[in-house]
Write a protein that binds this ligand. Structure first.
Ligand SMILES: [Zn+2]
Length: 417
């Protein structure tokens, strides 16, 4: 055999060898997919049996949606309104909170999607980069955030408060003005997570797994938002703050080749809205009436949605790993039931009640420290003997590593005074 042939053979062998991990990752996603189907079927059964014993259910209606979405307005993104709407419908979302970048010459919040569209409620928020380099979501947005000379972090917070809008810290790893009295913090952001992906690994994963598992592919890269959670716990030591997850959907990662008329010749989009909206969602609870059919509904509109988020009546669900619908974190005493986000005085019979959508690992935090860590939990009642700020994370050990190490659910806190 000639020397050139030998080298060629060795190179081919090495290329083949380098693909083994990606073939394994493809197989692992297949197994993960099957496990997720089992979790979803378990949670459907559990939800049915809980509806039958309706004393287990508090009168709240649950709506799921996504926060932090960009369109072609305000640069960075090429996504159209129609693509966003199609993505929301495909994911059966109840709401989408748009957060358009502000522009100095025009008001992007006035131009973006707002109000109900095909059964999806849109809120017209803005993302603002302050003079200090902090980034905040102001929801809904406003023309007054559009300033050619730039606004300070304090301005954005005060402006939002004056308009009864929410101010939320985006990208906590870059945020500096921690003393500002914001309403909440985006503890997890898909874009921040995606930036840590090794491009070569992503390329081969795409080749091997994208066709079969376009959204689930992202499970390979999920990272627990350690810093976001730590910063949130630090804020909570001083005051209330709501935790949200941001999809930060841009629909701009990929490759596109257009002809002179703008007609697309080749198009490969790795982060279409439909995929992005599948990864993580904010589930919001609105006070509701239980009707004869045991169906609980409430009026979902801009006012009720923003009020519920401000109150912390919501949780983060990594629905990619299994539907988190029907997760409940409540506090009960002789006077009644309150939910996550609420503040209650400590009584002799105060107890926390946690209902998980499927059997999972429950981690309960008090003032930022783990108080309980238990596996195989569907529901749990815990007597409270100390005041504190209590919050819950749910995990799915049955998914195996590394997926079992990613939070499935992140609750908002119950404040026991
Ligand atoms: Zn953004």
């Amino acid at each position: 055999m000639s020397r050139a042939k030998k080298i060629l053979l060795i190179v081919l062998f090495l290329i083949l060898l380098s693909q083994i991990p990606f073939a394994y990752r493809r197989y692992r996603l297949g197994r993960l997919n099957a496990l997720i189907q089992m979790i979803n079927s378990e949670s459907r059964q559990l939800a049915q049996s809980r509806t039958r014993q309706s004393n287990d259910l508090s009168p709240y209606a649950e709506y799921k949606g996504v926060v932090h979405v960009h369109s072609f307005l305000g640069g960075h993104s090429a996504g159209t309104f129609q693509e966003i709407l199609d993505g929301a419908i495909a994911n059966q979302l109840d709401f989408v909170v748009m957060t358009e970048h502000v522009e100095s010459q025009y008001d992007t919040s006035a131009m973006t999607l707002k109000g109900p569209r095909a059964g999806v409620l849109f809120i017209n928020g803005n993302e603002v980069a302050s003079k200090q380099g902090d980034r905040l979501l102001s929801i809904p947005g406003d023309v007054s955030l559009t300033s050619s000379s730039g606004v300070s972090t304090a301005d954005v917070v005060a402006n939002s408060r004056a308009r009864n809008a929410l101010s939320i810290i985006a990208y906590p790893e870059e945020f500096k003005s921690w003393s500002e009295n914001v309403d909440g913090i985006e503890v997890y952001n898909v874009y921040t997570n995606a930036r840590r992906i090794n491009p070569l690994v992503a390329l081969f994963d795409t080749v091997w797994s994208r066709r079969a598992f376009p959204a689930l592919l992202f499970a390979n890269y999920l990272q627990k938002p350690g810093l976001g959670l730590k910063k949130w716990d630090e804020i909570l030591a001083g005051r209330r703050a709501v935790a949200l997850a941001g999809n930060d959907s841009h629909s701009n990662v990929g490759l596109s080749l257009d002809d002179a008329s703008g007609k697309q010749l080749v198009g490969l989009k790795l982060d279409p809205y439909e995929t992005s909206f599948r990864l993580v969602r904010v589930h919001v609870l609105l006070p509701a009436q239980v009707e004869d059919s045991m169906e609980v509904r409430a009026q979902l509109d801009e006012t009720s949605l923003l009020q519920a988020i401000r109150a912390g009546h919501c949780f983060i669900g990594f629905d990619l790993l299994g539907d988190t619908t029907n997760f409940r974190f409540e506090v009960r005493d002789s006077r009644g039931i309150q939910i996550q986000g609420d503040e209650v005085p400590l009584q002799s019979d105060t107890r926390l009640k946690i209902l998980l959508p499927a059997s999972s690992r429950l981690v309960l935090y008090r003032n930022g420290s783990v108080m309980l860590d238990e596996t195989g939990v569907k529901e749990k009642e815990i007597p409270v003997v100390q005041a504190g700020i209590y919050r819950v994370e749910g995990y799915l050990p049955q998914l195996g590593k590394p997926f079992s190490e990613q939070p499935w659910i992140i609750s908002n806190p119950i404040y026991i005074k």
